[in-house]
Design a protein around this ligand. Structure first.
Ligand SMILES: O=c1ccn([C@@H]2O[C@H](COP(=O)(O)O)[C@@H](O)[C@H]2O)c(=O)[nH]1
Length: 278
């Protein structure tokens, strides 16, 4: 039986350092790596990243959009990349930001979180605009298969606060209601529950106590969006050790030379681990 997601993530980060590398094959990065803007270029880029970093990085986050852009050929590459990540002993976190009514969420869960599905990842991102309770069965399925989900809470983009910091009729911010739901799901789990949150590395201090989450906090926005590992304690306070910093372009733009990719990723992982250590 597969170990729970929180246990697998904690082990991977303990061995390899607290860093998630995003696999975002931007067309401009394919140009920079001297690769064609087609499915063959996509495959060489994405599998090249995992080949170079697969044994040093704890978590890879393929961005589904860049694979979907090539249609079925791109999805076929995504399947290969997910398999490569598993083969390298790393964690795959598919950034696919799904969110729908409960019955459709069940179908997404079967596609991304069930053993045997060609697109199964260790974890996925989900978007709570239809209400966090729509994820109840998704979280159950994730638990059943030792997988996880990350719910968007306070995202890294500048447009986000207008919605995510808005107050509900009960007087709590929308982000806080997401935190409450995730914390309730994770209660009592050790070392961490399987429901994480996405909270950008670029945000203003949120005034929320994330220590009660008892889950992983994915913090995208390191590098290209201006976030730095050293900023994290000011944002997350006592919850900083729960944070998994994530960078895509910052690392990928060092390629295609595998040594250069490893140098940037190792330096970021070391800085992150230092910043996260109390
Ligand atoms: O709040 C969020 C949630 C997800 N993302 C995703 O992370 C990467 C960031 O790429 P960089 O090149 O490191 O800027 C990208 O896939 C986003 O869709 C995010 O940035 N912010």
């Amino acid at each position: 039986m597969t170990a729970p997601y929180g246990e697998r993530l904690t082990a991977a980060v303990g061995e390899r350092g607290a860093l998630c590398v995003g696999v975002d094959p931007h067309p401009g990065l394919l140009d920079r790596w001297d690769l064609p803007r087609d499915a063959a270029g996509l495959e060489r880029f994405a599998r090249g990243v995992v080949e170079a970093l697969g044994e040093t990085v704890a978590v890879f986050k393929p961005q589904s959009a860049f694979f979907e852009a090539y249609g079925s050929a791109g999805i076929a590459v995504l399947e290969l990349v997910l398999a490569d990540i598993a083969q390298a002993g790393a964690i795959s976190l598919l950034d696919v930001k799904r969110g729908d009514i409960g019955s459709t969420m069940d179908a997404y869960a079967a596609a991304y979180l069930a053993d045997g599905s060609p697109l199964a990842a260790d974890a996925i991102t989900v978007s709570p605009y239809l209400g966090v309770e729509t994820f109840a069965a998704t979280a159950d399925l994730a638990d059943q298969h030792g997988r996880g989900l990350y719910v968007l809470a306070l995202t890294s983009n500048p447009e986000a606060p207008a919605q995510q910091r808005a107050r509900t009729a009960a007087g709590f911010s929308v982000a806080e209601t997401v935190l409450d739901w995730a914390a309730a799901r994770n209660a009592g789990a050790t070392p961490l529950g399987s429901v994480g949150l996405v909270v950008g590395a670029t945000i203003e201090p949120p005034g929320l106590d994330f220590t009660r989450l008892n889950g992983s906090i994915l913090a995208p926005g390191v590098g290209a969006q201006g976030g730095e590992p050293e900023h994290l304690p000011a944002i997350f306070g006592a919850a900083t050790p729960l944070v998994l910093p994530s960078a895509s372009r910052e690392v990928l733009s060092a390629g295609p030379d595998p040594d250069a990719l490893r140098r940037v990723a190792t330096s970021l992982a070391n800085r992150s681990t230092a910043a996260l250590t109390p």
